[in-house]
Design a binder for this molecule. Structure first.
Ligand SMILES: [Zn+2]
Length: 100
């Protein structure tokens, strides 16, 4: 079973306690009314979907119910680390030793 570390509860817990909540670090446009239809579509639907390190939002739905971010290696499905929402995105090169 996959274990995910909740940075708020500070425990490694079964993945069944968590829910995936999309890609992390996507900022809502300051004034959506000034975007073109294509820019708005891109904000809503276009995601990076990388082969390698992916930054994701997760929610501890059966625990503290808080959102947090995770860096997950998509090829191996291994979580590299988790960190609290609002903290900056970690440097990928420091996580993997390889620049992306
Ligand atoms: Zn938690």
């Amino acid at each position: 079973m996959l274990l995910i570390h909740c940075p708020y509860c500070e425990q490694d817990l079964p993945e069944l306690e968590f829910a995936y909540a999309g890609e992390a670090h996507i900022a809502r446009p300051a004034d959506p009314s000034k975007l073109t239809d294509e820019e708005w579509r891109d904000f809503l639907f276009i995601r990076t979907n990388p082969r390698g390190v992916h930054f994701e939002r997760w929610r501890h739905i059966n625990g503290c119910a808080r959102f947090f971010n995770a860096a997950r290696e998509t090829v191996s499905d291994r979580f590299l680390l988790t960190y609290k929402a609002g903290e900056p995105r970690p440097d990928v090169a420091k996580l993997t030793g390889v620049a992306q």
